[in-house]
Design a protein around this ligand. Structure first.
Ligand SMILES: [Fe+2]
Length: 494
């Protein structure tokens, strides 16, 4: 399937799901809502595999059927069939996980999940597999974090606007805090209101601190129970408890998804995994997706957990040569300058070039990473926090979206170009306005792969954990006393 036809089909499918096409009626209301919380996520190969997760009220079988998509196709005759091995009871409901393999690259598929013997099926969903070329785009939202059906529905308008803005986007990223109080009702409301998106694209979910966490009402193993994610780190007790980290390739980019709930003080196993994972990837672009932000202008940026986390992560991002870091948590919009060593990179060269009929300013072969916090898709929005260096020094653009609207970004990668555009969706009118953009062009002719096999066994955390914690805690206290407090006093005196 060539790219033009694929994009036309994608746009058609998106219009169907956005404007009420029968095939994409909003959610599985069949069989007493028997099949709920359906999601499609990345597995071991974005070209040929996908993971599925869903819930049932009773212990049914776990089957997935997949057929190649066509605009008029409603039949699952001749479908590829996949079966789950075990059903897990979680909070009174049954969690199903199935992995589909052997798919074709660059292909649109329809699927349904359920129990073949019972004839119990979800509504029809869809996804596209990576065609492996170097041109694709994806959508990003953060912090839906609603606690009522109404507020989840309002946040879903942000995702609908995102899909309408870039109907060719091939997957979505959700930067975490899917829910607020981590109740069964909230998860049901999230999956109900976002079914048009969750069921019709591949999602890369990121664990937020509200998505089940030992410090959040002792709700453990929640994130790993809501999505089917391919990883080894749930064997680690820390990550089994509070989140999952994993990575995937798409096109010519490598995506590293972190578990920032593991921030006291970021387990050594996750630290080592980041370096191994980034260094051994030959991808042209390396992108980190995480929940807590290293750079933001919300109220959380100078809390102890964030200070400890950024102290650990920023040197790793420099070492791993990360191009772009997306993070949430602080419910305000922030874009950094190119940063390296926790300071702005000097003498970045910018050139304005025509791209797809637009004049776009590109940072050319910049050093360091750019950090973007795309505020929130939801309605819980913060005012701007009075900045303290280096956050202020590293800031390129910041904005409170309070009393304005939900926020989303589109990210386009086209060979050696990466273009991020950020948008607001007006609360009242749903009018979509571009608020920020940033683009990078870089030489991708030499991909560097290095051997890196730092130990990542959870066993190393038993030894290094306490030592790391004491060291990180001491540095955090030092930073409060000798960096942040003097800055705060000086800014008050001014
Ligand atoms: Fe958060």
């Amino acid at each position: 399937m060539n790219k033009t036809f694929k994009r036309a089909l994608a746009a058609l499918l998106c219009l169907c799901l956005l404007f009420g096409g029968a095939s994409f009626a909003s959610y599985a209301q069949t069989a007493d809502d028997a099949v709920t919380r359906v999601s499609c996520t990345f597995s071991t190969d974005s070209k040929t595999t996908r993971n599925f997760c869903w819930y049932t009220k009773t212990a049914t079988g776990s089957n997935v059927q997949i057929v190649k998509a066509s605009p008029s196709g409603n039949s699952f005759d001749g479908a590829l069939k996949f079966t789950g091995e075990k059903v897990t009871k979680f909070r009174g409901q049954y969690c199903h996980k199935v992995t589909a393999t052997g798919l074709e690259a660059g292909t649109y598929y329809f699927y349904r999940v359920g129990d073949e013997k019972l004839g119990l099926w979800s509504e029809k969903g869809s996804f596209v597999t990576d065609d492996g070329d170097k041109a694709f785009s994806f959508l990003t939202i953060a912090d839906v974090q609603a606690s009522s059906d109404e507020n989840f529905a309002h946040a879903a308008l942000t995702m609908k606007a995102a899909i309408a803005t870039d109907p060719n986007a091939e997957f979505t990223v959700n930067l975490g805090d899917f829910v607020n109080d981590d109740t069964n009702d909230e998860w049901d409301w999230f999956f109900k209101n976002f079914a048009f998106s969750n069921m019709n694209t591949t999602m890369a979910p990121v664990a937020g601190n509200h998505d089940g966490n030992i410090t959040n009402k002792l709700n453990i193993n929640v994130f790993n129970s809501m999505f089917n994610l391919t990883n080894d780190n749930t064997k680690s007790i820390v990550n089994w408890v509070n989140g999952v980290y994993y990575s995937f390739d798409y096109g010519n980019a490598h995506f590293i998804v972190l578990n920032t709930n593991d921030m006291y003080p970021m387990t050594q196993s996750q630290r080592n995994w980041i370096i191994n994972d980034a260094k051994t990837s030959a991808a042209d672009w390396k992108i980190v997706l995480m929940h807590r932000a290293c750079y933001s202008v919300g109220k959380n940026i100078n809390k102890p957990d964030t200070i400890i986390m950024r102290d650990v992560l920023l040197p790793l991002f420099d070492k791993a040569e990360i191009d772009l870091v997306y993070a949430g948590h602080d419910h305000t919009y922030y874009r950094s300058k190119q940063v390296k060593g926790d300071r702005p990179v000097k003498n970045v060269v910018y050139e304005t070039k025509e791209y797809n009929g637009e004049q776009i300013e590109f940072a050319v072969n910049p050093e360091g990473s750019v950090h973007i916090c795309p505020s929130t898709a939801g309605t819980k929005r913060y005012v701007l926090y009075e900045g303290i260096d280096p956050i202020t020094e590293c800031s390129a653009f910041e904005m409170s979206t309070r009393d304005k609207g939900g926020c989303f970004t589109t990210t386009t990668i086209d060979g050696n170009k990466l273009i991020v555009k950020s948008y607001l969706v007006d609360d009242e009118t749903q009018e979509i306005t571009e608020i920020d953009r940033y683009a990078i062009e870089k030489d991708i002719s030499q991909s560097r792969v290095e051997k890196s096999d730092l130990p990542t066994s959870p066993a190393i955390d038993a030894v290094t954990g306490p030592v790391n914690f004491v060291y990180a805690f001491a540095r955090m206290i030092f930073k409060y006393l000798f960096v942040l407090l003097p800055q705060a006093i000086r800014s008050k005196v001014k």
